[in-house]
Design a protein around this ligand. Structure first.
Ligand SMILES: [Zn+2]
Length: 308
């Protein structure tokens, strides 16, 4: 039988044509601002107009944004990680801290273009004006597998060394550590944003984007109830026989999971080896325990579902 003559086949073809013609919905954070930036590769020059591309990348590609000398702290401060509220005493954290002495050099995590450099007194970049103090935002020629262009933000700077519009090299100095804006003590507040870089609701966990340390890996995980809902603000302990670290799941609100990982906690900078993850309830009773192997230079995913 000739399918072209069969009305059922004709109907199926018509449905397919209609489906293909429906425009795909834009991501929620698509705005004219990010669209304009998205269309122009940063490194485009007269000789490389047709070939310049924005690289589509997986995670863990950024350098630590602190000058690489031994005296400096390149580790993320574990007392106030992404999505944490310090036991409801602070606003949900939209970045991570590198706690270093005032005037420590702050480096670009990747080559990029400066799209903002100055005080945020007149430009809303956070929950309120003046939140980040002296702040730099870089646009990178990087695009997440599931998202739009990647941006990095460097807040609370003592001094800014770049100007808007400037192209900066990988690990170029963009400023100095300080405590401008809403900051307790000198530290670098570092953010990763996707989509519209001027909207603080577009952050992602920077730990997912920073390179792994030598012989270190990380846990990326989700903690859910029996209905599959992510549990906010819960404490987990990641431990070996010698070491133990408390990790908190993301508080709700403006804290975002990565669209690829769909995580609600991370534990980065873990030396390769065997670990145990423990979840206790509010009364300290054991709710869940499991072993996990951390491989160097890898992110190991764990999905924990609590039965009660
Ligand atoms: Zn911070």
């Amino acid at each position: 039988m000739n399918p072209v003559l069969n009305p059922r086949w004709r109907d199926i073809c018509l449905i397919l044509i209609v489906l293909l013609a429906v425009p795909r919905a834009l991501p929620q954070d698509a705005t004219p601002t990010s669209e304009t930036i998205d269309l122009v590769p940063l490194a485009a020059s007269a000789t490389a107009t047709a070939t310049a591309t924005i690289e589509r990348v997986e995670h863990n590609v950024l350098h630590r944004p602190i000058e690489l000398i031994d005296d400096n702290v390149h580790w993320i401060d574990r007392t106030y990680t992404y999505g944490d509220t310090r036991l409801n005493t602070r606003p949900a954290h939209l970045g991570v801290e590198f706690v270093n002495e005032r005037n420590t050099a702050v480096y670009a995590a990747k080559a990029g273009r400066v799209i903002f450099a100055g005080e945020d007194d007149d430009t809303l970049l956070g929950p309120r004006l003046g939140y980040y103090g002296n702040v730099v935002i870089l646009a990178h020629d990087l695009r997440s597998l599931a998202d739009r262009r990647l941006f990095t933000l460097y807040g609370h700077l003592e001094k800014i060394d770049v100007k808007a519009g400037e192209i900066v090299d990988d690990q170029a100095r963009v400023g100095r550590v300080g405590s401008s804006g809403v900051a307790i003590g000198a530290h670098l507040h570092f953010e990763v944003r996707v989509g519209n870089p001027f909207d603080y609701r577009n952050t992602r966990n920077p730990e997912l984007w920073l390179q792994h340390y030598l012989e270190h890996g990380m846990i990326v995980g989700s903690l859910r109830d029996k209905d599959g809902e992510l549990l906010a603000g819960r404490r987990l302990t990641v431990r070996t026989s010698e070491n133990s670290r408390d990790v908190f799941t993301y508080s709700g609100g403006v804290v975002n999971s990565d669209p690829v990982w769909r995580e609600n906690f991370t534990a980065g900078d873990l030396l390769e080896g065997e670990y145990e993850i423990v979840v206790l309830d509010e009364n300290g009773a054991l709710e869940h325990r499991e072993s996990i192997e951390i491989e160097a230079y890898r992110s190991t995913y764990v999905d924990i579902v609590l039965e009660n």
